[in-house]
Design a protein around this ligand. Structure first.
Ligand code: NAD
Length: 347
């Protein structure tokens, strides 16, 4: 596949022509140019959907992704295929830790920082270095550059993993005691964001996503693995007794929360972004059986270290301050993910 990469210098030149015009919906610049967004991790699951939504909404989007090897790079290439066709999208295949971030941010109005090393279970042992680099260090460096420019907003993709096994439902003001190195790394990033807002006025908002699912879901995530196994007639492995519960967020709801934050611009705030209800893993498999019309073969195995017993988002704050309301229930969302997985399995 061909990847269109523009030099940072030409990006900066174009950017000089842009300014914010609130009366024109925030999308158009003074010389008719468009507002510019940077999406980090744009080839990933959430980042690619978000970049598409921003392009569709009339923004000019610069996307950066280094195609880390956490999962198959071909999946990431496919994720950006549609975006690469748009003249309003520029792809930069670089590592946030290697690129000149000051140049990258010239002329950028909004940053959506989604690049990260995800995955709770893989974050122990030597592999923590990837979490240290791609999460904590990359975020700190991005914030250092962000403090030098005039941004409208810096949205950070945080995670329910920052909570640990806290009282339910999880509210933004609960004591945060993450139970995995991944959760620790996301909390460190969130705290860095807060510090740069407090000290330098970087206009940061953190969104704590609760298990996002839907088309393009990462292949290491539970629904993706379960659906694939069920369609192929293979055994599903469940870590623990399956009674652990999760609040699941459909991808479009997660993406829309970013758009709502752009409209409200409540900097310094942290919001839970969840589906607003919870279900056990066993319950979710029953639902999959009903939709796929096939009995799952399940093997229960030892609980994985770092796996939270339950997540359930209290979304009152996001409802009140952002007008956030999840639009997809689990069944509707799963039907869409199943359709997508069937599609990629036949390719
Ligand atoms: P993903 O792995 O699909 O996307 C992340 C992308 O970031 C990848 O394409 C990767 O190549 C890129 N990347 C990583 N380090 C980079 C670096 N140093 N420089 C450039 N690119 C880099 O993950 P996702 O599921 O789409 O998650 C996106 C964000 O949302 C992450 O920050 C994750 O922690 C957060 N999050 C996701 C979920 C979820 O359920 N998927 C839940 C909570 C939070």
């Amino acid at each position: 596949m061909t990847i269109r990469i523009r030099s940072l210098r030409s990006l900066a030149m174009t950017a000089l022509l842009l300014q914010y015009v609130p009366d024109q919906g925030g999308v158009v610049g003074l010389l008719g140019g468009k507002m510019r967004c940077l999406v980090t991790g744009c080839a990933g699951f959430i980042g690619s959907h978000l970049a598409e939504k921003l392009v569709e909404s009339g923004f000019e989007v610069v996307g950066i992704d280094s195609f880390t090897d956490y999962y198959d790079r071909k999946i990431k290439e496919t994720n950006v295929q549609g975006l690469l066709k748009s003249s309003n999208f520029t792809f930069i295949k670089e590592d946030l830790l290697g690129v000149d971030l000051d140049k990258l941010l010239e002329g950028i109005d909004y940053i959506f920082h989604h690049a990260a090393q995800p995955g709770v279970l893989a974050s122990w042992g030597e592999r923590f270095e990837a979490y240290l680099n791609n999460n904590i260090l990359a975020t700190q460096r991005l914030l250092e550059s962000a403090k030098k420019v005039s941004l409208k907003l810096f949205i950070f993709a945080s995670s329910s993993s920052v909570y640990g096994d806290c009282q339910l439902p999880m509210r933004e003001d609960r004591l945060l005691l993450p139970v995995s190195p991944y959760g620790v790394s996301k909390l460190a990033c969130e705290s860095l964001c807060y510090s740069y807002w407090k000290n330098f006025g970087v206009p940061v908002v953190s969104l704590r996503y609760f298990t996002v699912y839907g088309p393009r879901q990462r292949p290491d995530m539970a629904f993706h693995k379960f659906i694939r196994a069920m369609l192929k007639g293979e055994v599903i492995t469940i870590y623990g007794d399956g009674d652990q519960t999760r609040d699941f967020t459909y991808i479009e709801d997660a993406v829309n929360s970013n758009i709502l934050v752009m409209e409200k611009a409540c900097t310094g705030e942290i919001f839970n972004i969840g589906g607003g209800s919870y279900i056990s893993v066993n319950g979710a498999i029953k639902l999959l059986e009903e939709i796929i019309e096939k009995k799952a073969q399940i093997k229960y195995t030892e609980k994985m270290k770092g796996d939270m017993r339950a997540t359930w988002a209290d979304i009152k704050k996001a409802k009140k301050m952002l007008g956030y309301k999840p639009r997809f229930n689990l069944k509707e969302g799963l039907i869409k993910e199943i359709k997508w997985i069937k599609g990629i399995m036949t390719k």
